[in-house]
Design a protein around this ligand. Structure first.
Ligand SMILES: Cc1cc2nc3c(=O)[nH]c(=O)nc-3n(C[C@H](O)[C@H](O)[C@H](O)COP(=O)(O)OP(=O)(O)OC[C@H]3O[C@@H](n4cnc5c(N)ncnc54)[C@H](O)[C@@H]3O)c2cc1C
Ligand code: FES
Ligand code: FES
Length: 471
């Protein structure tokens, strides 16, 4: 694939297989060795770079793991490696890392500096907890995290929260240049970008081609195959992007990323705690790439988004050769990694009923580590009560069967009944009879049954408390 991009302060013309790992392109082709290579699976953050793309007339920067990013998507973008953040003197981010003794062998340090810079570029408002959580995708094996956290906390204290918030709508880049967080050349990037050839939507997907969304599953499963191919980049096709209201449905394009859902006012009205739940889904840089289509089609029995969307009673709009059909998400998963999806058929959109704004919704996930880990068991429930009568209920559970499970028997048992503790306990027994977990590295069968039992009790108690608060 041929194209133009901006790497740090220079415009380049590139020619490489579209699926080639950006990490290899940066280190081998461009000889920029500051970006480090370790796990190549999105787990350690040593390969972190910034991706700047035009969005609504502005350039928005996000952190990405270059070990899981295709060269074909740098087209018309600004890629910033650690070399592109260096000036003659240290930035405050680098200086505070030095002052707090936050680097020993230094292998992880470029990745941390890029992630820290990425937080200040990406965050709408300043929040120390969010800032520290943003570094959850970076691993350091020798310094210890306390000094890194101290550096990040001090940086948050250095920034004026009001100016920071206002600059999100009005040129964050200029604000960060004025604070010394970014080199001055960032100011000229929008002009450089405007001289790049305009980008059109790609041709429709052709059967037989490899479809790549965020690549956070595919680059783990089929890295060698993708890196030598020209995959179809669905994220470059606006037809599959965006979140909008259509009548009484919230429509989410399948190539929408978790970060875009976090930022969407409409989606957050529908799931008010989404920001909290989504912090449990991978780390910030993976969330910047991971799409809902990828999560659903990957069909992992513990896919967090699949579990949440099942409890939101979502449907899918599928597309094959321009023809569309609808299917309820709960009927989409047929067996382990088996889907009701024809060869060449794409998930176009996910539709969620907007009447869910009357519901209360709750999501739980238990994993071995709180952050950047897959679930042992995850579950979600949405419920609408009218004078203690359950008018509508949807519940789902992951890690307890071969597919992300909609708890049919459980929901049927509770629907149209008056809610009390006895009903809840009999419902839980029904749920335990409809699941079929296996013992594996994430826990024994008995442990997973116990987890789901407890999670269902937590859903009920949290939802009951929320309902009491509303009424
Ligand atoms: C470090 C790390 C941490 C992770 N943590 C979590 C976690 O906490 N929770 C979790 O649920 N997942 C997690 N994941 C898994 C992954 O990030 C998610 O499943 C993600 O949503 C996959 O989306 P993607 O866009 O990257 O998919 P891709 O890898 O691009 O694609 C996955 C599959 O879906 C197909 N596909 C994608 N979009 C469509 C479409 N519209 N129509 C038809 N087929 C399509 C692709 O062809 C491919 O077969 C993690 C992954 C990594 C690397
Ligand atoms: S090399 Fe570890 S996240 Fe990329
Ligand atoms: S400083 Fe050695 S791995 Fe972080």
């Amino acid at each position: 694939m041929k194209g133009y991009a901006i790497i740090n302060d220079k415009k380049i013309q590139f020619e490489a297989p579209g699926g080639k790992h950006l990490l290899d392109f940066i280190r081998d082709d461009l000889q920029l060795k500051g970006t480090k290579e370790a796990c190549r699976e999105g787990d350690c953050g040593s390969c972190m770079v910034l991706l700047g793309k035009q969005e609504n007339g502005d350039i928005r920067y996000r952190t990405i793991n270059s070990c899981m990013f295709p060269v074909g998507e740098i087209q018309n973008s600004h890629i910033v490696t650690i070399e592109g953040l260096n000036e003659d003197k240290l930035t405050p981010i680098q200086q505070f890392m030095v002052d707090e003794w936050a680097s020993q062998c230094g292998f992880c340090t470029p990745g941390f500096i890029v992630s820290m810079t990425g937080y200040f570029l990406q965050a709408k408002t300043l929040d120390v907890d969010d800032a520290l959580a943003f570094l959850g995708g970076n691993i350091c094996r020798c310094t210890g995290y306390l000094s890194i956290k101290k550096a990040m906390t001090r940086l948050c204290e250095l920034v004026d929260p009001d100016k920071f918030r206002k600059s999100y709508e009005k040129n964050r880049v200029n604000y960060l240049i004025s604070e010394g967080f970014l080199p001055g050349y960032f100011e000229s990037i929008s002009v450089l970008m405007s001289h790049l050839p305009a980008e059109a939507d790609p041709e429709p997907f052709q059967h037989g081609n490899v479809l790549l969304a965020g690549g956070t599953d595919l680059y783990i499963q089929k890295a060698d195959m993708i890196s030598t191919h020209e995959p179809y980049f669905i994220l470059r096709n606006s037809h599959f992007r965006g979140i909008r209201q259509e009548g009484d449905q919230c429509v989410v394009g399948s190539a929408t990323t978790v970060s875009e859902m976090q930022e969407s006012d409409l989606f957050n009205r529908l799931v008010p705690e989404f920001k909290k739940y989504s912090r449990l889904i991978s780390g910030a840089s993976i969330r910047n790439r991971a799409t809902i289509g990828g999560n659903i089609v990957n069909a992992s029995p513990i896919g967090d988004l699949s579990i949440l969307f099942l409890a939101l009673n979502a449907s899918l709009r599928l597309e094959l050769d321009g023809r569309e059909r609808m299917i309820q998400l709960k009927n989409f998963f047929l067996g382990y990694k088996k889907l009701d999806l024809y060869p060449g058929e794409l998930v176009k959109e996910l539709l969620i009923p907007m009447e869910l704004t009357d519901h209360v919704i709750h999501f739980e996930k238990v994993s071995r580590r709180t952050h950047l880990d897959i679930a042992s068991v995850n579950s979600a429930m949405s419920i609408r009560l009218n004078n203690r009568k359950i008018e509508e209920i949807h519940a789902s559970a992951g890690g307890v069967g071969p597919v992300p499970m909609y708890l049919n028997g459980f929901c049927h048992h509770l629907q149209d009944h008056f809610f009390d503790e006895k009903l809840m306990e009999t419902g839980i027994q029904i749920a335990l009879n409809e699941i079929n977990p296996i013992s594996d590295v994430r826990g024994s069968k008995t442990y997973k049954c116990l987890l789901l039992e407890q999670q269902l009790r937590i859903h009920f108690s949290v939802l009951a408390a929320q309902i009491n608060k509303i009424s």
